[in-house]
Design a protein around this ligand. Structure first.
Ligand SMILES: [Zn+2]
Length: 132
């Protein structure tokens, strides 16, 4: 059977790689997680002034070559990129999910938060496509 891939837009932070991969493969029907990283990925995607070309290019390759249709966007505690609190991070995760959803209408886009004890929490999910 063909391997199934998901795509994760995550922070560079080493603490949050394995917990996120484990959570995704345990909760979604995927075998592998393509990982695209940036410092403070949630803020990076939520901020319209950031040049997101290189991230979008990699996302397009993951979707196009691995047929990924589930995209995860991760924010986490104690991020090096900024000292924003959990509430701000979660708002940015939601903004990032909407932004990526507009870019990849056929994909399921899911926002995740990783807490200090490395527990993964689903913040939101924007499913697609919806056929009426
Ligand atoms: Zn971080």
């Amino acid at each position: 059977m063909k391997s199934r891939f998901a795509t994760c837009l995550n922070c560079i932070d080493g603490r949050v790689q394995m917990p996120v991969i484990d959570w995704i493969t345990q909760n979604y029907d995927v075998d592998y997680v393509d990982m695209i990283t940036e410092t403070g990925m949630d803020e990076f995607l939520a901020n319209e002034n950031c040049d997101q070309y290189h991230v979008m290019r990699k996302l397009g390759i993951s979707i196009g070559h691995h047929n990924s249709d589930s995209i995860f966007i991760v924010g986490h505690f104690d991020c090096v990129e900024k000292s924003a609190g959990e509430k701000t991070h979660k708002k940015q995760i939601r903004q990032a999910v909407e932004r990526i959803k507009n870019y990849t209408l056929s994909c399921n886009v899911i926002g995740l938060w990783v807490s200090e004890d490395l527990q993964v929490q689903k913040i939101c999910e924007n499913k697609g496509p919806v056929f009426i």
